[in-house]
Write a protein that binds this ligand. Structure first.
Ligand code: BDR
Ligand code: CA
Length: 305
């Protein structure tokens, strides 16, 4: 297993992604950090603690930034509920570890061997961006940064911007320019991980313990996505984790990715798939084997006691 940091804003789909990571022997989750995003930092931190507690794994959970590096911040309670978990009450998790996310991420990278640590970002990129901006040489310790962020086409917050990119484009720009290998699960990737009532029923039928039951409960509370025709909702964040766990589920393409910082298109990711405006700086997750993805989710979550 390789060492992993998960930076998240749970968030219904973040909760599923966290459980998948914590249940997967391919990953050694060393630290979970919370950032303000889908709901405020107080809630995302409490939810991250609760999900880690639910998994039964002993992993430190730490608070990070409660706002983006610059600019405005918008929550998404209209998708995730006021509590961030669609109203599904989980038992209180372990207390937060002392310290601040960006400092802890830097310390973990400093202590690591070169090219060894995977950073998985499934919220606004503030914590990861701050960590690498303040000690850029630590990029050498990073094996890969995997982000659920951005869109090739239309956004989901503004016509131009996807939620995580829109909420901290400066932090995303820092990561895209860090020199680290970056892998992107965009809205086009995650639209393929369509969680329908039939798929939730199939997951429920697997039995499993409290984690799988809670995951199904959470999935059932997420409103269907009008953007995707109302058949279900995308399991956005678990796509990023699935790449780290089971890369054979995806096809990929080298791209050049940037992010707009100003104007009405602030937060738009510009992803060049064909004529690259320079050397590729990212890998785009293109096609997802959706059946394989949901089979993985079921198998791993059912294995948690
Ligand atoms: C992303 O935004 C959040 O609402 C989800 O948790 C996901 O990380 C999708 O645009
Ligand atoms: Ca998220």
């Amino acid at each position: 297993p390789h060492p992993v940091v998960i930076d998240c804003d749970p968030g219904t789909d973040d909760a599923i992604a966290l459980l998948l990571a914590l249940a997967s022997p391919e990953l050694e989750v060393r630290l979970v950090t919370a950032v303000g995003g889908n709901v405020g930092l107080g809630r995302t931190l409490a939810n991250a603690r609760a999900v880690v507690g639910l998994s039964g794994r002993a992993v430190p959970v730490m608070a990070g930034a409660d706002r983006p590096i610059m600019g405005r911040f918008a929550a998404a309670a209209y998708v995730h509920g006021e509590d961030g978990l669609g109203g599904v009450a989980l038992p209180e998790g372990p207390p937060a570890a002392p310290g601040l996310a960006a400092d802890a991420i830097r310390a973990l990278l400093r202590a690591a061997v070169p090219c060894s640590v995977t950073l998985i970002g499934i919220g606004p990129a503030t914590n990861l961006g701050l960590a690498l901006a303040t000690e850029p040489a630590l990029a050498a310790q990073v094996r890969e940064i995997v982000l659920m962020t951005g869109a090739v086409g239309e956004g989901n917050v503004t016509p131009a911007a996807e939620f995580n990119a829109w909420n901290d484009p400066e932090a995303l720009a820092i990561l895209l320019q860090s020199g680290c290998p970056v892998t992107l699960a965009t809205l086009e990737t995650t639209a393929q991980a369509l969680c329908t009532p039939a798929r939730v029923a199939a997951l429920r039928a697997q039995g499993g313990g409290a984690p799988l039951r809670a995951a199904c409960e959470i999935m059932a509370r997420v409103p269907p996505s009008a953007r995707l025709g109302g058949a279900g909702h995308p399991e956005h964040d678990a796509c990023a984790v699935a790449w780290a766990v089971a890369p054979h589920l995806f096809t990929t393409r080298d791209v050049h990715a940037g992010v707009e910082l100003a104007g009405p298109s602030r937060g738009r990711t510009n992803i060049a798939r064909f004529r690259l405006p320079g050397p590729a700086n990212a890998r785009l997750l293109e096609k997802l084997d959706a059946e394989g993805f949901f089979a993985l989710l079921g198998e791993r979550l059912a294995a948690l006691p």
